[in-house]
Each structure stands twice: as structure tokens, then as C-alpha cells.
Design a protein. Sequence first.
Length: 482
Amino acid sequence: MKGNRLYVLMLLVFLLLVFVYQYYSPKEFVWNPTFYKYDKQPFGSYVFDDVMSTSLTDYRVENKTFYQLYREYGGTRDLEREAAAEEETFLANYLYEFDIEQEDSSSNLTVLDSSDLTVLPSYDLTFLDSSDLPTSRHAFLVAEDRIQFTAVDVMALLNLVEQGHTIMLCLQTFPSVLCDSIGYSYQYEKYYTLSSFARMIRDGIARDSLLLGTDSLHPERIYQVYPHLHMVFLKQGVSKNNLKFEQDSIVIVDKPRYDTSEIIARNTQGNPVAVRLDIGKGELFLVATPLMFTNYSMLDGDNASYAFRLLSAMKDLPMTRIEAYNEFVNKASGSPLRYLLIQPPLRWALYFSLITILLCIIFSAKRRQWVIPVINPPHNEMLRFTQLIGNLYYQRKDYKDMLQQKYLYFCDDVKRINGLDLNSNEPDEELCNRLADKMGSDFKAIWPSYRELKYLIRENVPVDEPSMMRLIDRMNEWKSNL
């Protein structure tokens, strides 16, 4: 039992040392942009969301798409049906006009079918029902590396802006369907791999500048940032003559969908990296520096004010950061329990089930006291056998044999307990001296009895009863001293 306690204690000490080493050892950063609210790596959003939640009372992070937000804030139009119907109408009209041009043309042109044509439908946002007008305005923020939009997402986004909401898209790669719809696109000015970001910081690479213009509250300011954080700039227009050819396919792009535009921030080359577009009653912000909204930029000197200055342009509206288009969040939430957790009744049912199972485990882990049966002690047959043998020797008056048997048992006990072999070929004086050391007695006190015992056992001489009993008592005394 004592050995088990020592083993458990050593195991606990080892685990404690491993925990302390892992806690205080330097952590290796992962320079992958996740924009996840619980990610504390450089390009996560833990610090950004924490600062925003403490600065704004109505800031939250939700996993909802723009179509879900459109329905939540009073949108009544069936955008999915409208997108499908307008795509069919637009495709049919275009193919009809394209066939007429082919018949009138003398050049050899190849007729394209519907599989060769990518249609970006025209989003009619001019006529809004009174039920579509919001009762209160909100601000929505999307900070991601890149996202994928469908036609319904773009229609919902533009409808929200048209209704009066404010949306800020902080992306490095903007969806082409959105760029072709609003009349703004992006272009890589330079390209750096984020895997070399830490090495370049350590080597002391020179920083670039981001210029944020003046507004009603702040003067013009220049922010010193690394070029890895703003590799993309924005440009007006999507293609020449609203048409572009890609591998024998014609892509139809819609006319620009904004009333006025304003450049908010520029890079070192003077190219815009943040613009504001007025669409209907709302505003759409396009920001090409999403990494400025991550943990690293929040802690990089005073560069956090760059993100706050951009967010201040959204005024004092209740702000919601959207994570529905985050690939990291979608992968993390791909568990089969996702549907149970997003439905409140099923979620509480799951919680109560787990609590019930835990209580059953706790109560079942209690020790159950069973009835202890009464077991009679076994009879000591060895004692009866010893008494029988002793009586037999005593009746035969064979005292010498009894003394020899007792001496053999005594030698066996001494060898087993103290490791001293009294039957070895060493001199009797040496064996007696070692026996006295084991007992802690004087050699002269036990030597006469030991010499007499060895003599009677070794020589062929008779042994009387008093001598036998006296020497047996002496061996019992020596054994007790050992």
C-alpha cells in the first residue's frame, strides 16, 4: 500500500512538472488567418472581439448569412425565386439577341449554348415594399480572408444596404459576383506568403504606409504597417464595355449599383484600399485590409486605431460581426450535434440528458456495502501435528534427535531472516561472533552455550533431558533477540 502511494505521488509530480513546462514554454505562433472569435493566434479575432465587446454595448458575433439577416430584419421578398426567374429571363433574352447578331454577321462565329454562359442577374432594388423598410438600422461587419457569395447572398446584401443598413466588407479577395454587381473590383499589387511573415519581421523588413484621410472628427493620419497586411487595392469598374471573354465563354456583368463613392484610405502607391459606396438609403464599405482587424494588428503599436477609425464611419449603429462565411467556423461546426445545439428545445434536452447521465454515474460510483458472511477460522492442524511429533520424541526419550531438529529449524530461521548460514564451513568462533553481532549481544555471553550446542550435535554423545531443554530455551532466546 505504501508503494502504491509513492507511485501515485510520483505520477502527480510528473504531471505537474509537464503542465508547468508546457505553460511557461514559449509558444510557436501559427500565421494562418482564421478570423475566428476564439482564436488567440496572430490572425485570429479573439482580441478584436474582446475589445469591441467592451467598447460597444451592442456588439455581438453571429453565424448568420445575409439572406438570414434580410429575413430577420423584415425582408419579405422571395430572393431565391427572384434570382432563379431573372436568371432564366436574362439568359433567354441574351441568347435570342446573340443568335440574331450571328445571322446578320458575315464572320464565322460559334454559337454558345447556356452551359458556356455565366449569368450575373440584374438586381432590381428600385421598388421596395413598405414592409421591407426597417424599423431600426444596423451595422454589419465581415472580416475574412476570402468568401464565396451566391446570387441570393448578393441580392440580400444589396437589399439590406438599400433599406438603410450599413455593411462593411473587409476582404482580401472579393467575390466576383459582388464585384461585377457593384462596379468595383480588386487587384493584387504585390504578393507575399504569410508563412514568411514572422521571418521578415525578425529580419526587420521595412514597413509601408497606409494613409487614412480626414473626416469630421479626425485629421489625416499615416499608419506604418507591414506590406503583408495590404497586398490588394481596389479599383473602379470591372471590365471594358461591361463584357469580358474567358476561354470561349462570355460573362455578362451588371451595371454599377452605387450612387456615389468616396475613397477613405490609400496605400503607399496612392491606390485605394478602403472605399465607401452610397447605395439607396444605406452605405457599403469595401476594405482591402482585413488583417488589420486581427489580434496582431490590435497589438501592433497604435495601429488598432486604423480599424477603429474605419468602424467609426459606421456611426453609432448596433454592430454585428458575421462569421457565417468563415471556412474555419464551418469546419469546426460540422459535427452531427450541430443541429441539436442550434435548436433551443433540442439543446436543452441534450443538456438535461447529459446532467442525468452524470448524476447516475455519481450515485452508481458509491460503494455498496454487502452483507459480510461469518467465516469460521480454519483449524490449526499444523499445531496438532507438531504436538503429536513432540510427544512421540518425548516418549522415545530421543533427546539428541529433538535437539538436532530444533537446531535445523533455528538455522533456517536465522538464514531466512538475517542471511547468516550457521551450517557453513567457517570456524565456530567466527559464526558465533557474527550471530552475536546480529543479536546485538556480547560474544562471551553466548559462546559457552553455542559451543556446547555444536558439540552435542556434531559428536556422537548422549544428551540428557535438562541439557536439551536448556539449549532449546537458549535458541528461543536468541531467536527473539534477532
